[in-house]
Design a protein. Structure first.
Length: 391
């Protein structure tokens, strides 16, 4: 098939919309439902991301995309009991692919609401059972087991978008894009991110990277390759825990990603794990309540007349001091940046969220000050000369 008519364009009022190949057939097959324009942008960007994660780590990978940037991405490492709880994996016997999806979806549940999912491997029943419970627009994968397909086709009253992609498809070397009637052309980004290309030039006094550090840094950079610039990604234990995307200022990327990483860590605190929700509360309402509770607007859920609709027992305020004490316990976090850090304030902010290792292009006129800031915290930082702007 050379052409596919889409449900609608970037906005529902933009019609008609289609996707097509000038030469050859499309590498995708719509198995169920009908995708929209942004659905396919998310699907094709997400597929590239998970394919590269699988190639780089040897582990199954998943990503949760929203508006052409990943809300989460991960490889299939086992989950701790705490992560199983906060990722809502009860009653599912987790496979490596299901672990990858649970991590990708669970890192930033607010942003992942209504996502488009990409999987590196054939979707199995366990992964489909996790997806079944979530609000999602669709999925792309190289294949589906019979049971998984049955589960997914039942979502959204039978309209859930299921796309199968040819895993052997290789894009053309040149990419074209139109903006305001003007055509842009550039080479496709075939850059392979690995230890040699991304981590060989360590510029700090501390030069010791564990194998976990290396994997986390490579994951962060691959995620950034498909994240709208400017972007910064925090990674821990094989999963992105905070992604700052599309910000005009580099430090704002770092702050946004750091806040998301802090929220991920706060959700694992005893104070949050001990929250007693009213029976029958919807999962999205619980996610929203937790997000507000750990933020600065906590009275929106603790005020008299409000908390009774959410909690069985009114929680104590999670004070700023108590949150800071818990956040300080997070460590061994990796940070990747899609362009150089122009100021040391990025390093200062990263440290507050447990960052110990960094990969960035380097090339700023203030590189010496940035290195000095990293050395002050005993961090390891690699300069790789790789700029990963994605637009």
């Amino acid at each position: 098939m050379k052409e596919l008519e889409l449900k609608y364009g970037c906005n529902p009022n933009q019609k008609p919309a289609r996707v097509f190949m000038e030469n050859g057939d499309l590498p995708i097959t719509v198995v169920n439902g009908r995708p929209g324009y942004i659905n396919l942008l998310d699907a094709l960007n997400g597929w590239q991301l998970v394919k590269e994660l699988k190639e780089a780590t040897g582990l199954p990978a998943a990503t949760s995309f929203k508006h052409v940037s990943p809300a989460g991405a991960a490889v299939g490492l086992p989950l701790s009991d705490t992560l199983k709880k906060i990722y809502f994996t009860d009653n599912v016997e987790l496979t490596p692919l299901a672990c990858a999806y649970a991590r990708a979806r669970g890192a930033d549940r607010m942003s992942s609401f209504g996502d488009f999912i990409s999987l590196s491997d054939e979707c199995d029943e366990a992964t489909a059972l996790l997806i079944k419970k979530e609000v999602s627009d669709g999925i792309i994968a190289p294949g589906y087991s019979d049971k998984a397909l049955e589960i997914l086709k039942a979502k959204k009253n039978g309209n859930y978008c299921v796309i199968q992609i040819d895993p052997n498809y290789v894009p053309a070397e040149l990419e074209r894009k139109q903006v305001f009637g003007v055509t842009f052309e550039q080479g496709h980004n075939f850059l392979k991110i690995d230890e040699k290309s991304a981590l060989s030039n360590i510029v700090t006094k501390n030069k010791t990277l564990s194998e976990d550090d290396k994997r986390n840094l490579i994951i962060s950079l691959i995620v950034l390759k498909y994240t709208q610039s400017n972007s910064v990604c925090f990674v821990k234990d094989g999963q992105a825990i905070g992604i700052g995307a599309g910000q005009q200022s580099r430090v704002h990327c770092t702050r946004l990603a750091g806040q998301k990483a802090d929220n991920w860590w706060l959700r694992q605190s005893p104070q949050v794990l001990g929250l007693q929700f009213v029976d029958g509360i919807k999962r999205a309402d619980r996610d929203n309540a937790i997000d507000v509770y750990i933020g600065e607007e906590y009275m929106d859920v603790l005020a008299e007349g409000k908390w009774q609709n959410i909690f069985k027992v009114k929680p104590e305020v999670f004070t700023r001091e108590a949150k800071a004490e818990w956040i300080a316990k997070n460590t061994n976090v990796a940070l990747g940046s899609d362009a150089f850090f122009p100021f040391g304030d990025n390093i200062d902010r990263a440290k507050k969220s447990g960052v110990t290792v960094i990969a960035q292009p380097g090339g700023s006129v203030r590189d010496d000050l940035v290195i000095e800031a990293a050395d002050g915290y005993g961090m390891v930082m690699a300069f790789n000369g790789i700029r990963l702007f994605h637009h």
